[in-house]
Every structure is written in C-alpha cells, then in structure tokens.
Design a protein around this ligand. Structure first.
Ligand code: ZN
Length: 160
C-alpha cells in the first residue's frame, strides 16, 4: 500500500494509469449498467488489458469506491472462478481469443477474506485522499466502448 503513488489531486484514472504502467498492461475504466442485486463492479482480466467496470447509475463517490475496490482485487492478484461460460466470453470479446480471457471476476466470486482485503485497500486509499480534491471517474475510453456495449448485452441475456 505504501508503495502506491497516489496522485494529488486524487484522480482514479491517473492512479490506474500508474498501476497499469507498472504492470505493463493498461487498465481501462468504464461505466456500465449492471443488473440490480448483482455486483456493483467487475474486473475483467485479458491478455492485452485490464478492464474495471463500475455501475453507471450511482454517485461519483460510490463509483470511485467501486473502482478502488476492484483495483484492490487487481493489486492483490485475486483469482476467482470464471463467472461466464465460454459462450458468454466469446460474446463479450469476439475479437479476442476466448483463451485470452483468463479471468472474469465479479463480486460474489471471491472468498470473504479476499472481499475484505479489497475493501481494506479501497478504504485506505479513500482515507488517505479524502481531504484532497477528487476528480470524478472519467467516462469510457473510445477503445473500450464497444466492449462495454457487448458486456451490457450479455448481462441482459444472463439476467432475463
Ligand atoms: Zn470484491
């Protein structure tokens, strides 16, 4: 945690850019309409990039918390059982080899301890940056927009 270089004023996208730079793999943030009662956030790990999706229909403060929580899972390198079938993976990422979609993570797939770790990281970052000016989470980058649409469609199919 102390190794984290927290940007000031706090900007969650800048933090993700720094972590992505260290990992040699970009982290894209994207708002998404997630089904009620489901996870508020989703971390999808693919070979070329990491994607963190967060509930579009909530406050900027909550969105930042969701992103930091998912970032906590990423930083802890939590592994969870894939929640999507191979069909769903292909639907989500038709341009990617399904084998490249190594992990699809959502809340509820982790152990209680892993949830706690992610939440502790989110809380620590929020505490350390709470007095700083904070930028809202910026919207989806164009390169991830099509992926977001596909995930939204796949979630609709799963839920209804
Ligand atoms: Zn979690």
């Amino acid at each position: 945690m102390n190794g984290l270089d927290l940007p000031q004023p706090f900007d969650v996208q800048v933090l993700c850019d720094r972590i992505g730079g260290d990992r040699g793999r970009p982290i894209f943030l994207a708002p998404i309409s997630l089904p009620t009662g489901g996870p508020c956030g989703l971390w999808i790990n693919t070979e070329p990039a990491d994607y963190i999706f967060f509930e579009a229909d909530t406050s900027p403060l909550h969105q930042r918390h969701i992103v930091l929580h998912e970032l906590g899972h990423l930083l802890c390198d939590h592994h969870a059982a894939p929640v999507l079938t191979p069909d769903a993976s292909r639907l989500l990422m038709p341009s990617l080899d399904p084998a490249m979609v190594r992990r699809v993570l959502g809340r509820g797939c982790y152990s209680a301890v892993e949830e706690q770790q992610a939440e502790i990281i989110a809380s620590m970052i929020i505490q350390r940056t709470s007095s700083w000016v904070a930028e809202p989470v910026r919207p989806v980058p164009p390169e991830a927009a099509e992926l977001v649409r596909r995930i939204e469609r796949a979630l609709e199919r799963t839920v209804h």
